[in-house]
Design a binder for this molecule. Structure first.
Ligand code: ZN
Length: 193
């Protein structure tokens, strides 16, 4: 296979890119050899050599433990538990949380054969301390909720406090457009004014 074919095939494996857009991306890269292709290749080689998952929380960084785990300004009494790194980044972007994180690496799923040993659950149980709060920021899916229940079972009686994200009406959301499940969750989680 030619170098160009290899490049196109690898690009086509990226999320959101099919064979057609991979061809277009490859052409774009080759036309901009000095300004794009070579710097990109160098950045990818550097990233591949330097970036590692944090042994404590699963975040990606060039240092171990990661910058979040090392930051003394962060509140160590709160650990936000997320399914994957994209969720951690989303919460960081919001700027709303100044505690630490734990990336599970997925959710429990009998259907897909994902058990507790496939996730970083044991590591989470080992690092959680009495008095700490674990905020389960898991997706509102069957698998997310199964995982939350499993964690609650494993941590029962440990002195670790568990909470989860509220479910309900999104900011700027119109009631008429909400699905029944969201509306029901919002009603159940109503608060006094
Ligand atoms: Zn970390």
């Amino acid at each position: 296979m030619s170098e160009l074919e290899t490049l196109i095939q690898l690009l086509a494996r990226l999320p959101g890119l099919g064979p057609r857009s991979a061809r277009r991306a490859a052409l774009h890269l080759i036309k901009r050899r000095e300004s794009l292709l070579e710097p990109l290749a160098a950045a990818m080689a550097k990233a591949a050599a330097a970036i590692r998952p944090c042994p404590l929380c699963g975040n990606l960084d060039t240092a171990a433990p990661c910058a979040v785990c090392r930051d003394p300004e962060r509140d160590g009494r709160m650990i936000c538990v997320v399914e994957d790194l994209a969720d951690l980044w989303a919460i960081e972007r919001s700027g709303a949380f100044r505690g630490r994180y734990h990336v599970l690496g997925g959710t429990l799923s009998a259907l897909d054969g994902v058990g507790p040993e496939d996730l970083t659950i044991d590591r989470l149980i080992a690092r959680a301390e009495p008095g700490q709060e674990l905020i389960l920021a898991l997706n509102a899916t069957v698998e997310g909720q199964t995982t939350a229940h499993y964690l609650a079972d494993r941590l029962a009686g440990s002195g670790v406090r568990l909470s989860r994200l509220a479910q309900g009406v999104p900011i700027g959301g119109e009631l008429d457009y909400l699905d029944d499940g969201t509306l029901r969750a919002a009603l159940n989680a109503r608060r006094a004014l």
